[in-house]
Design a protein around this ligand. Structure first.
Ligand code: TRP
Length: 362
């Protein structure tokens, strides 16, 4: 069976390093591994509208931001199809048919939807579009017959629901759809990168992000102001790693080569952690190291962004071409779905012949 990737992001803001270690970096690696037959990366604007329907300008502005972040992170339109969800009307048709296979109570049990309803104060009155977005996400994934969905932990309930829809569809109609597997980030730090305040997951609404598009000096300022261990007052004090986000970032970003280059007194992160917990290692030294590590990773991304920013119409053209290509694939799946659901009346000669014979009394 073909190995196909589909994943995407809601265009509600620029992408930050949490998105990067949580998914984007891995997508680029998978893309360049050559192990996949097709890769689809979607800007999920229709899904973004399910909770931003009153702010279409926000979604519109962020299409280009996310596209620039994708391209500068190393997604290559020659290898990956980059497209915009709303431009593929086949996805809404699939959503409508899949809606028959899902109950209201099943949607109510989806943990991600549940917590998002709370977060957005939708408890008393949930927009139907928002409530049913897991069904539309199943359409996104199955339209491309994706086998692998690289995504964060919060997407697990969506993938589970997609798998249920696939099983139900295939058993009622015909074996058309493919059950996807999720591919989670490589470690805990990448899965849930905290914000620079150390409080919660990095998120735009909390204002605790390092953006892929931040300048070198902004990144440095943010890193130097990061939350560490409030009980580590003197350098000689023993430090704590728990909740210390400088170390969480090092878990997500640092490699042994970085030590050789920027901090040769230590061989690896374990040695650094050991010294910190023992006492005698200051925060500033670690922050400077982290800054070197992150700047090394972000510098090429920033440079590529600057190039793409010079020709914005070309970026829109990439999305348009990608959307045209994606539409063809989704249309093929939709046609198979309609055939399986027996709603392909006009291209079914057998049906027309049998009906005709019935009335001719043959
Ligand atoms: N729900 C994803 C997010 O919050 C975006 C998304 C929409 C998606 N459709 C998808 C992700 C299909 C993976 C697969 O960013």
């Amino acid at each position: 069976m073909a190995k196909i990737i589909l994943t995407g992001d809601r265009p509600t803001g620029r992408l930050h390093v949490g998105h990067y270690v949580g998914s984007l970096r891995r997508r680029v690696e998978l893309q360049n591994s050559g192990e996949f037959d097709k890769i689809f990366i979607m800007i999920a604007d229709a899904q973004a509208l399910t909770d931003n329907f009153d702010n279409p300008e926000k979604v519109r502005q962020n299409i280009i931001e996310v596209a620039l972040d994708y391209l500068s992170a190393g997604l290559d339109p020659a290898k990956s199809t980059l497209f915009v969800q709303s431009q593929i009307s086949e996805l809404t048709e699939l959503t409508f048919f899949y809606a028959n296979l899902v109950t209201v109570s099943r949607l109510q049990r989806n943990p991600t939807v549940k917590s998002e309803i709370k977060m957005r104060n939708f408890e008393t009155s949930i927009p139907v579009g928002f409530f049913t977005y897991p069904i539309s996400q199943a359409a996104d994934i199955t339209a491309f017959k994706a086998t692998v969905v690289p995504a964060g932990e919060d997407q697990l309930p969506m993938i589970e629901q997609t798998r249920e829809i696939v099983r139900k569809f295939n058993s009622i109609y015909d074996e058309v759809l493919v059950e996807p597997d999720v591919l989670l980030p490589e470690n805990e730090a990448c899965m849930r990168l905290p914000g620079i305040d150390g409080k919660q997951k990095m998120s735009k609404s909390l204002g605790n992000c390092i953006y892929l598009s931040d300048t070198e000096s902004d990144v440095k300022k943010k890193i130097m102001s990061m939350y560490t261990d409030p009980t580590h007052i003197q350098i000689s004090d023993p430090g704590h790693l728990e909740g210390n986000c400088v170390f969480t970032y090092l878990d997500a970003f640092s490699k042994p080569e970085h030590f050789e280059e920027y901090l040769p007194e230590y061989h690896n992160l374990d040695e650094l952690k050991e010294h910190y917990t023992r006492g005698g290692l200051g925060d500033v030294k670690i922050k400077k190291f982290l800054n070197n590590v992150i700047q090394e990773e972000l510098a090429p991304i920033r440079a590529r962004r600057a190039e793409f920013e010079k020709d914005i119409p070309a970026v829109y053209e990439i999305l348009k071409k990608g959307s045209d290509a994606a539409r063809e694939v989704a249309a093929q799946t939709l046609s198979e779905v309609k055939q399986a659901m027996k709603i392909n009346y006009f291209d079914d000669e057998e049906l027309i012949r049998v009906q005709s014979e019935k009335y001719q009394g043959v």
